[in-house]
Design a protein around this ligand. Structure first.
Ligand SMILES: [Zn+2]
Ligand SMILES: [Zn+2]
Length: 147
Protein backbone atom coordinates (compact mmCIF):
# COMPACT_ATOMS: atom_id res chain seq x y z
CA UNK A 1 0.00 0.00 0.00
CA UNK A 2 1.30 3.42 -0.88
CA UNK A 3 1.49 6.00 1.85
CA UNK A 4 -0.57 9.13 1.21
CA UNK A 5 2.51 11.38 1.57
CA UNK A 6 4.36 9.32 -1.02
CA UNK A 7 1.54 9.59 -3.49
CA UNK A 8 1.40 13.35 -3.05
CA UNK A 9 5.10 13.94 -3.49
CA UNK A 10 6.69 14.42 -6.92
CA UNK A 11 9.09 11.62 -8.00
CA UNK A 12 12.48 11.79 -6.32
CA UNK A 13 11.09 13.59 -3.31
CA UNK A 14 9.41 10.58 -1.80
CA UNK A 15 9.14 10.52 1.93
CA UNK A 16 10.01 6.92 2.71
CA UNK A 17 8.58 5.20 5.77
CA UNK A 18 11.98 5.35 7.49
CA UNK A 19 12.36 9.03 6.74
CA UNK A 20 8.85 9.80 7.93
CA UNK A 21 9.48 8.04 11.24
CA UNK A 22 12.75 9.94 11.69
CA UNK A 23 11.01 13.20 10.82
CA UNK A 24 8.29 12.52 13.38
CA UNK A 25 10.88 11.82 16.09
CA UNK A 26 12.72 15.10 15.43
CA UNK A 27 9.43 16.95 15.25
CA UNK A 28 8.21 15.51 18.57
CA UNK A 29 11.18 16.88 20.52
CA UNK A 30 12.18 20.42 21.34
CA UNK A 31 15.59 19.62 22.81
CA UNK A 32 17.46 19.55 19.47
CA UNK A 33 18.67 15.93 19.65
CA UNK A 34 21.79 14.64 17.87
CA UNK A 35 21.81 11.72 15.43
CA UNK A 36 22.63 9.14 18.14
CA UNK A 37 19.67 10.24 20.29
CA UNK A 38 17.32 10.10 17.29
CA UNK A 39 18.70 6.66 16.42
CA UNK A 40 17.92 5.42 19.96
CA UNK A 41 14.28 6.46 19.43
CA UNK A 42 14.11 5.11 15.87
CA UNK A 43 15.17 1.54 16.77
CA UNK A 44 12.05 1.25 18.93
CA UNK A 45 10.03 1.43 15.70
CA UNK A 46 12.53 0.01 13.19
CA UNK A 47 14.79 -2.39 15.13
CA UNK A 48 17.17 -2.95 12.19
CA UNK A 49 17.83 0.71 11.35
CA UNK A 50 21.51 1.76 11.55
CA UNK A 51 22.93 5.02 12.84
CA UNK A 52 24.30 5.67 9.33
CA UNK A 53 20.82 5.41 7.80
CA UNK A 54 19.39 7.73 10.44
CA UNK A 55 22.16 10.24 9.76
CA UNK A 56 21.67 10.08 5.97
CA UNK A 57 17.94 10.63 6.33
CA UNK A 58 18.47 13.56 8.70
CA UNK A 59 20.77 15.18 6.13
CA UNK A 60 18.14 14.66 3.41
CA UNK A 61 15.34 16.09 5.57
CA UNK A 62 17.53 19.13 6.27
CA UNK A 63 18.27 19.54 2.54
CA UNK A 64 14.54 19.45 1.85
CA UNK A 65 14.05 22.18 4.44
CA UNK A 66 11.76 20.02 6.61
CA UNK A 67 14.12 20.18 9.58
CA UNK A 68 17.15 22.30 10.44
CA UNK A 69 20.67 21.11 11.11
CA UNK A 70 22.49 23.03 13.81
CA UNK A 71 26.23 22.63 13.61
CA UNK A 72 27.65 22.76 17.04
CA UNK A 73 31.13 24.00 17.94
CA UNK A 74 33.42 20.98 18.26
CA UNK A 75 30.48 18.55 18.48
CA UNK A 76 28.28 16.63 16.07
CA UNK A 77 25.21 18.23 14.52
CA UNK A 78 21.95 18.69 16.38
CA UNK A 79 18.61 18.56 14.59
CA UNK A 80 15.63 20.86 14.94
CA UNK A 81 12.14 19.83 13.85
CA UNK A 82 11.09 23.44 13.45
CA UNK A 83 12.66 24.91 10.31
CA UNK A 84 10.98 28.29 10.66
CA UNK A 85 13.20 31.12 11.75
CA UNK A 86 14.31 31.21 15.34
CA UNK A 87 17.55 31.88 17.19
CA UNK A 88 19.32 29.47 19.52
CA UNK A 89 21.23 29.80 22.73
CA UNK A 90 23.75 27.03 23.46
CA UNK A 91 25.37 26.25 26.81
CA UNK A 92 29.14 25.92 26.44
CA UNK A 93 29.32 23.69 29.50
CA UNK A 94 26.51 21.12 29.17
CA UNK A 95 25.81 21.52 25.42
CA UNK A 96 22.09 22.19 25.89
CA UNK A 97 20.45 23.92 22.87
CA UNK A 98 17.41 26.10 23.56
CA UNK A 99 15.08 28.04 21.27
CA UNK A 100 15.07 31.77 21.56
CA UNK A 101 12.42 34.21 20.35
CA UNK A 102 13.85 37.61 19.50
CA UNK A 103 11.93 40.64 18.29
CA UNK A 104 14.77 41.63 15.93
CA UNK A 105 14.65 38.37 13.91
CA UNK A 106 12.32 39.55 11.14
CA UNK A 107 14.00 42.92 10.68
CA UNK A 108 17.56 41.52 10.50
CA UNK A 109 17.27 40.19 6.92
CA UNK A 110 15.81 43.49 5.78
CA UNK A 111 18.61 45.43 7.48
CA UNK A 112 21.28 43.29 5.79
CA UNK A 113 19.49 43.55 2.42
CA UNK A 114 19.58 47.33 2.68
CA UNK A 115 23.26 47.35 3.63
CA UNK A 116 24.51 44.82 1.06
CA UNK A 117 21.97 44.70 -1.79
CA UNK A 118 21.62 40.92 -1.24
CA UNK A 119 18.15 39.45 -1.69
CA UNK A 120 16.34 36.31 -0.47
CA UNK A 121 18.39 36.35 2.70
CA UNK A 122 18.19 33.84 5.48
CA UNK A 123 20.29 33.78 8.59
CA UNK A 124 20.97 31.65 11.59
CA UNK A 125 21.64 33.26 14.89
CA UNK A 126 23.31 31.37 17.72
CA UNK A 127 24.46 32.61 21.09
CA UNK A 128 26.91 30.72 23.27
CA UNK A 129 27.08 31.05 27.02
CA UNK A 130 26.55 29.31 30.32
CA UNK A 131 23.01 28.22 31.17
CA UNK A 132 21.73 29.33 34.61
CA UNK A 133 22.38 25.85 36.09
CA UNK A 134 25.96 25.65 34.80
CA UNK A 135 26.66 29.24 35.79
CA UNK A 136 25.48 28.52 39.32
CA UNK A 137 27.61 25.38 39.41
CA UNK A 138 30.76 27.27 38.32
CA UNK A 139 30.11 30.13 40.68
CA UNK A 140 29.22 28.24 43.84
CA UNK A 141 30.09 24.62 43.06
CA UNK A 142 26.45 23.69 43.54
CA UNK A 143 23.25 23.55 41.52
CA UNK A 144 20.58 26.22 42.00
CA UNK A 145 18.04 23.77 43.45
CA UNK A 146 20.54 22.61 46.11
CA UNK A 147 21.05 26.09 47.54
ZN1 LIG B 1 24.55 24.20 30.92
ZN1 LIG C 1 15.37 25.34 17.62
Amino acid sequence: MREPEEALRPPGRRLTRQRRIIYEIVRSRRDHPNAAEIHREAVKQIPTISLGTVYRNLKLLAEQGLIREITHLGEGSRFDGYPELHAHVICRACGKVEDLELDVESTLDQLVAEKTGYRNLVHSLTFYGLCPECFQLRQWGTKAEEV
